[in-house]
Design a protein around this ligand. Structure first.
Ligand code: GLN
Length: 308
């Protein structure tokens, strides 16, 4: 067994033994039904060795982790013009907060809070039918995850369509500032559906490899983005990837990462590894409680913090 696999297995055993799991998200009814005892971890190093344990092959709702990939697509489409419509500063507010939007006239603080991600989805949607835009996002995930069986969980998407009142408010409010180009319902439909993509830790760690290696998957040699863009997406994950928990995540883990309310966290150790962890119970900021603890242990034991 490799050293990396030993550490990964050890951490999974330790996390599974813990009683403090946080609370599963309940505002999306389908997520409230997920068994909080599940725990998965997958790490892929630069050589392509996979160390994985626990429920690492169980698909879960990636939710806001999808925002990393929609941001990548939107930047590919409009380049730096995106930054006229969304900022690059941490918000210090919850993921679904509306307060800053009035003062900042419909320009969300960053692409990872819901308002910012809705603008990113709007950018991808422009010039397309919702179905085409969604197909583009899903195919991108299947391509990066190297698995054509990756799908959208339509029950999760439908339950968020029913209860996503906050996101509806955010999108309509931005529309009032002309910050949204397309029909609000279409933008939200695409947003809810890309959040409902289901992937396992192994698929997610595979999909994110390009961000750990200067924009390129080191195994296939396929370049997804330029090195500079990968660096910048990582910078945004570090500063904004965990909403008002971003400072704490940087302090404790020291890696760029993006969480989702499905309990997943995707993280990168630049030049070293792509990582995905899943534990459905969340902390008060909506980030996976044990997922963060596991990443903290992983980064500590392997000396992977980007801060030395
Ligand atoms: N779809 C979720 C929402 O919009 C995503 C939030 C999250 O994962 N933090 O509320």
């Amino acid at each position: 067994m490799s050293e990396l696999q030993r550490v990964v297995s050890e951490i999974v055993d330790e996390m599974r033994a813990r009683e403090d799991r946080g609370e599963v998200a309940t505002y999306i009814s389908e997520l409230a039904r997920v068994d909080p005892r599940q725990f998965g971890l997958a790490v892929i190093d630069a050589e392509g060795n996979v160390a994985a344990a626990g429920d690492c092959d169980v698909p879960f709702s990636i939710q806001s982790i999808s925002k990393v990939f929609t941001l990548t697509l939107a930047l590919g489409k409009v380049g730096d013009r995106l930054w006229r419509r969304v900022g690059r500063e941490p918000s210090g507010s919850p993921f679904n907060s509306i307060v800053q939007l009035e003062r900042e006239r419909g320009i969300p603080r960053n692409p990872f809070i819901n308002a910012g991600a809705i603008v990113v989805t709007d950018v991808i949607l422009s010039g397309h039918q919702p179905r085409e835009a969604l197909g583009e996002i899903l195919r991108f995930m299947q391509f990066l995850g190297q698995d054509a069986s990756i799908t959208i969980d339509s029950a999760v998407a439908a339950s968020e369509q029913r209860t996503g009142f906050r996101n509806r408010a955010l999108a309509n409010y931005m529309k009032s500032f002309d910050a949204i180009e397309n029909t609000v319902d279409f933008v939200l439909g695409a947003y809810f559906h890309h959040c409902a993509i289901a992937m396992s830790c192994r698929q997610l760690a595979t999909a994110g490899r390009f961000l750990a290696h200067l924009g390129r998957n080191p195994e296939t040699g396929f370049s997804v983005v330029q090195p500079e863009r990968a660096r910048r997406i990582n910078a945004l994950m570090l500063t904004c990837g965990h909403y008002d928990g971003s400072g704490e995540f940087a302090y404790r883990v020291g890696l760029p990462g993006k969480s989702g309310v499905g309990g997943g966290i995707f993280a990168v150790a630049p030049g070293k590894a792509s990582i995905a962890v899943w534990s459905p119970g969340l902390d008060a900021s909506g980030n996976s409680h044990l997922g963060r603890l596991a990443l903290e242990e992983l980064a500590k034991r392997l000396g992977w913090s980007i801060f030395g």
